[in-house]
Design a protein. Structure first.
Length: 391
């Protein structure tokens, strides 16, 4: 069977209906040709090139000229449609996998890849395109590239490293070129990461290198907890605030209080907040003036926990503060802008009860919702209560 041409379409046809059908067939075939090759070209650009630049070489032999593809005398129309039926589901599958991965839909991405893997088993060793070939190896290389990207994007920590390395090793041993290249690079990357982590644990993190938002404060606290006691004690010889705070985590009782006090005195704002809270909620000797001084210092340094505390004192009049709802709103807003859920929860309550602002249930619900999104269960309960009252 040969390709229908425009001249053949109109030749010896007197019936107008037959002529329309013939031209429609020509249009359909042309559209399929262009669409098919666009998808194949997208396969190179989006699946290989974007995820792993080094895989570009596997697309060099794929033609992008649809006219040339369909003008081959050596490839029958039947064979062309057979190739399309085998290849297009795989190629469109790669594109769908990429879209799911970009959207963070990891399970969906893996499901699509599992389907592609099944289809690849039934592909021919090669497909001919105007004298060039698209081989099964090319398709396998694309699969390995995007499967590796799934492991890298959807997993974290040791699980990511173990599964990615195991997968690449299996594929590399089976002869896949992309896997062989990525396996070596991944091992080098993991080794460098482990060496960096080991080196990092020899140094006490400096608060000055972090921000004051909730995420940064949590990161600093997490990083400093990874420093060993010997590292903390060695750094303390230089009398740094970070070293004192670091060492406090290895102490207990009075010794812990002593190290927190040293860190606070040397200006560590997290130590100032934590020591003040420890003194307030325990029998640790300390007067109210010292607690207020440390919380104020911590709040001015930008620590959200301390800002919420100052906002609460302005609202309740505790610790000698004069009730000032405007100041309470200001400090809670500062805390919320840095990711503290309690700041939004407190603002919601000010609007619900009309403290310093006109009573506004709609705004109260808005702030409770913001707090709830950040994980505050009290705000979630308050929001549900207000919504039930409106029913």
């Amino acid at each position: 069977m040969t390709m229908i041409t425009a001249s053949e379409c109109g030749k010896d046809i007197s019936d107008k209906t037959d002529e329309c059908i013939c031209c429609a067939v020509l249009l359909l075939v042309t559209t399929l040709a262009i669409t098919g090759m666009r998808i194949i070209f997208s396969f190179c650009i989006f699946v290989l090139a974007e995820n792993f630049a080094q895989a570009n070489q596997y697309c060099e032999n794929i033609p992008i000229n649809s006219a040339a593809y369909y003008s081959q005398e050596s490839l029958s129309q039947e064979e062309r449609f057979k190739q399309e039926s085998e290849l297009l589901p795989i190629i469109s599958g790669f594109e769908n996998a990429k879209k799911f991965l970009e959207a963070g839909e990891c399970d969906q991405t893996q499901n699509v890849l599992n389907e592609i893997r099944t289809k690849i088993k039934y592909t021919k060793p090669y497909y001919s395109f105007d004298g060039s070939e698209l081989t099964r190896d090319d398709i396998e290389n694309a699969f390995v590239a995007i499967q590796s990207d799934v492991y890298s994007s959807c997993l974290n920590g040791p699980e990511r490293d173990i599964k990615l390395l195991w997968y690449l090793e299996q594929e590399a041993n089976s002869g896949n070129k992309v896997a062989q290249e990525l396996f070596g690079k991944t091992k080098d990357m993991m080794r460098a990461r482990m060496e960096k982590a080991a080196e990092k644990n020899k140094i006490v993190p400096r608060f000055a290198d972090y921000g004051t938002d909730m995420a940064s404060v949590q990161k600093y606290t997490s990083d400093i907890s990874e420093a060993s006691e010997d590292v903390c004690r060695d750094a303390w010889r230089k009398m740094s605030a970070d070293a004192a705070y670091c060492l406090a985590q290895y102490e207990s009782g009075d010794k812990k209080i002593t190290m927190l006090r040293e860190a606070a005195k040397l200006g560590n704002p997290i130590a100032q907040n934590n020591l003040a809270m420890l003194m307030e909620h325990s029998s640790t000797p300390g007067n109210s003036a010292e607690i207020v001084r440390m919380i104020n210092a911590s709040a001015r340094s930008g620590i959200p926990h301390a800002q919420v505390t100052v906002g609460w004192w302005y609202r309740t009049g505790e610790r000698g503060y004069k009730v000032n709802y405007a100041e309470s709103m200001k400090w809670n807003l500062k805390a919320y802008k840095q990711g503290h859920s309690e700041g939004a929860n407190n603002i919601g309550e000010l609007y619900e009860k009309g403290l310093g602002v006109p009573k506004d249930i709609k705004k109260a619900k808005t702030w409770y919702k913001k707090s709830s999104v950040l994980g505050n269960t009290e705000a979630t309960e308050r929001l549900e209560r207000l919504e039930q009252l409106e029913r």
